[in-house]
Design a protein around this ligand. Structure first.
Ligand code: NDP
Ligand code: MG
Length: 399
């Protein structure tokens, strides 16, 4: 064994102040011999970032917001070992730093695309929670990972489950692996049984109260509208290189089965566990080894029963919108993502009704021509245009 293997692996945590950031730091703290926090990044939450710097003493702390960066530098002026930098470019540079071994992508939104790409192109092990970059430019990101020899590992729980269930020699295309279908489970969110006639009055607070998972606001709203599952179908198709019509969604309210893989011989394998993001994070941090994650084992007798039902696409139109966009190609999914980010932000500000999230996304997709070039710049520009279009529709609805 050489010296490098026994030294702790150095981690760059993007989105350190968020929900994925918190779960990642919890797992890392359980294995100080194995992992070391080298870089922390956030956007504007100075107090939380200062608290994390005091605990973890990273070499570098980066804030996307320049004003917040100035405040952080003052707040931790007594910690000489931590350098503070600011801006999106500095975040992407940090993710590609030569002494970093693992990058955990826990930023919310497509703004995480540039640092993900930088980490992949630098050949890092990249743990991907941040699903929006795959929705905007997944084919490119996957191709770059292959070209640059990066280990891109999914930590979105369903995709991590599928990754665990696939054969070790799995290659996209499936023919040789005997895999027939992939299934993502969905909790159904907080409104699975709510009268759709009352969807217009749903408040941000109600939408963010997820029955099984504790997550950031944006993904909580996505879960409530089931757009999260739509984004995840796109994520699965891109990540595992499988046709969209082989990716199924099943509602499973207990969120204990996270994913299933159907094999040609009739076997259906399921990945199960308590709904706690520390499991997929620990799995991908140590892969192919297994480490303790602080998560209790499932007690099947206490659970007693597992329920499954078909998703109600009339109640949750976002799921069908995502499938339509996926069928149209990468530009359409980039537009879908941009429109959704704008609509969710407007809903959280109290400027758009919950039942109009899907309307704004549908209007935006219909207003645009998705037959555009598929290069990175074109996709980013297409998403930007979708955000502009969506904000026009949002303004009309809020009048
Ligand atoms: P949170 O909202 O809890 O955290 C988001 C993080 O991103 C924060 O650290 C935030 O910093 C940072 N951030 C926000 N905007 C920017 C920006 N413009 N530039 C740089 N950093 C920014 O989100 P989650 O942790 O819930 O989710 C993160 C990603 O992981 C999402 O893509 C989500 O879909 C995915 N995911 C999350 C799961 C979960 O359980 N939470 C499960 C599966 C996937 P600040 O605090 O300073 O604003
Ligand atoms: Mg998920």
């Amino acid at each position: 064994m050489n010296g490098r293997q026994s030294a702790p692996q150095r981690i760059c945590l993007l989105g350190a102040t968020g929900s994925i950031g918190r779960s990642t730091l919890d797992v890392i703290a359980r294995h100080p011999q194995r992992f070391e926090v080298s870089v922390l990044t956030a956007c504007s939450n100075v107090d939380e970032m200062a608290r994390l710097c005091r605990i973890h003493r990273p070499e570098l702390a980066v804030m996307a917001d320049a004003n917040a960066g100035g405040l952080l530098a003052k707040a931790i002026a007594d910690i000489p070992e931590t350098e503070v930098m600011v801006g999106d470019k500095a975040i992407a540079q940090a993710a590609a730093m030569s002494d970093i071994d693992i990058v955990v992508a826990g930023i919310v939104g497509s703004v995480g695309l540039a640092p993900c790409l930088a980490a992949v192109q630098a050949g890092k092990r990249v743990l991907l929670a941040n699903k929006e970059p795959l929705v905007v430019a997944g084919e490119l990101l996957m191709a770059e990972a292959r070209r640059c020899g990066a280990d891109l590992l999914p930590i979105d729980s369903e995709h991590n489950g599928i990754f665990q269930l696939l054969p070790a020699d799995y290659t996209p295309g499936l023919q040789s692996s005997g895999v027939e279908r992939l299934t993502l489970t969905a909790s159904g969110g907080p409104f699975r049984r709510r009268d759709p006639g009352t969807f217009a009055t749903i408040t941000p607070q109600e939408a963010c109260r997820h029955p099984n998972w504790s997550m950031g606001e944006k993904i909580s709203v996505d879960s409530a509208s089931m757009m999260n599952k739509g984004l995840e179908v796109i994520e699965a198709a891109r990540f595992f290189g499988i046709e969209a019509d082989r990716v199924d969604v099943v509602v499973h309210p207990q969120s204990l089965v996270h994913a299933l893989v159907q094999y040609r011989d009739g076997s259906m394998l399921a990945q199960m566990g308590n709904p706690d993001m520390r499991t997929p994070i620990a799995h991908a941090l140590a892969w192919p080894q297994r480490i303790e994650a602080g998560v209790k084992a499932l007690d099947l007798v206490a659970v007693g029963q597992l329920d499954f039902e078909a998703p109600d696409e009339a109640r949750f139109p976002c799921l069908a919108l995502a499938r339509q966009a996926l069928a149209s190609g990468q530009a359409a999914t980039a537009a879908l993502n941009g429109a959704n980010e704008m609509a969710v932000a407007a809903f959280l500000r109290g400027e758009l009704r919950f039942d109009r999230l899907a309307t704004v996304i549908e209007q935006t997709l219909a207003a645009m021509d998705h037959a555009v070039a598929s290069g990175l710049e074109a996709l980013i520009a297409h998403e930007r245009e979708a955000k502009r279009q969506a904000s026009v529709f949002i303004a009309e609805w809020s009048r």
